[in-house]
Design a protein around this ligand. Structure first.
Ligand code: ADE
Ligand code: ZN
Length: 331
């Protein structure tokens, strides 16, 4: 099964670039930038990755991102992730970045976007790995802050394909951001949003109807609402599900309790993704492997999940067709 998963051309649609910051690189960048981390070493940092919910993770994740200072730092971070993509046969990735985390520390938007996009361009040239970049708004901050962030990104719109919504979900419903998503849509950007990770199914309705998103990130709480499941299946609205993330953040107690296959059985366009792999114990390959091992997902179910990833992506139809043919051809 491991070999089958490794041979699948895989697409990733839910990946926070700041969440790929491995402890080793965090320490190296801290040293390069003269920053002192509140951990003795890599082992002590890893030991702190013991989360009980989304917020306990986010607190560490924002603290870790503070080592990212220069364009080269953002390049190195992104290049390290793309090297994993190359090693795991991830052929296309649509990744998030959180500019507000960096702007609030005095880092310029151009520093962040230039560093990330230079790595994305190099991976396309060197390895044929294609990508899209999605600017995420932090939902624990205000809509005014999100609007100012979008404004700051205007000179770089040619490098961004969509906007997203992440960070602390409970108490920060999608409706809080309807204006900034309308503005992004008017600028020609696509939209996605985290919804139904810890928050209720009603947040998924809001993301669809008020933010006009084309995919839901996570969305696992949709199972609480049969009408919503019927809509997701009918309209084939993709869910970007992140199995290892959901168990590490206690959305499900253990992998065997995960509802991913239940969603797939109900004809929802479920995809598999790694979210913040440096913090949750695995990249895309390991997420697929966990489904095979702990949910007993069959080869055909894994194939369907890979096909859904291609279908749910923003790739041109011609490349989708090529990848679909490759996935169907695998024995
Ligand atoms: N930012 C990074 N990972 C996230 C997640 N799983 N949910 C919400 N915000 C995030
Ligand atoms: Zn996420």
């Amino acid at each position: 099964m491991k070999q089958f998963i490794a041979a699948l051309p895989k697409v990733e649609l839910h990946l926070h670039i700041e969440g790929t910051l491995e402890p080793e690189l965090m320490f190296a960048l801290a040293e390069r930038n003269g920053i002192k981390l509140p951990y003795a070493d890599v082992a002590a940092l890893r030991a702190a990755y013991d989360f009980h919910n989304l917020q306990s993770f986010l607190d560490l994740y924002y603290q870790g991102a503070a080592v990212l200072q220069t364009e080269q730092d953002f390049f190195d971070l992104t290049w390290a992730y793309l090297s994993r993509c190359q090693a795991q046969h991830v052929v296309h990735t649509e990744l998030f970045f959180d500019p507000q985390t960096h702007l609030s520390r005095g880092i310029e938007m151009g520093t962040v976007i230039r560093g990330i996009s230079r790595a994305l361009d190099q991976a396309q040239t060197q390895w044929g790995i294609s990508s899209c970049l999605i600017l995420c708004f932090l939902r624990h901050l205000s809509q005014e802050d999100a609007l100012a962030t979008l404004e700051a990104a205007l000179p770089y719109l040619d490098k961004i394909q969509g906007v997203g919504l992440d960070s602390s979900e409970l108490g920060n419903p999608p409706s809080k951001f309807s204006e900034v998503f309308a503005r992004a849509s008017a600028l020609g950007l696509k939209a996605v949003a985290h919804a139904g990770e810890e928050g209720p199914a009603s947040y998924i309705w809001e993301a669809l109807d008020q933010l006009k998103v084309c995919r839901i990130d996570h969305g696992v709480r949709s199972v609480d609402d049969p009408r919503l499941i019927a809509r997701l299946a009918e309209e084939q609205i993709p869910l970007t599900v992140c199995p290892l993330s959901n168990t590490r953040l206690k959305v499900f107690d253990k992998m065997a309790d995960h509802n991913l296959l239940q969603l797939l059985d109900q004809d929802v366009c479920v995809t598999v993704n790694s979210d913040d792999p440096a913090y949750f114990g695995g990249y895309l390959q390991e997420n697929f492997e966990a489904l095979a091992r702990d949910l007993k997902a069959s080869r055909e179910q894994l194939r369907q999940l890979a096909l859904n990833g291609v279908q749910a992506s923003w790739l041109p139809v011609s490349r989708k067709k090529t990848l679909i043919a490759e996935i169907l051809m695998l024995p």
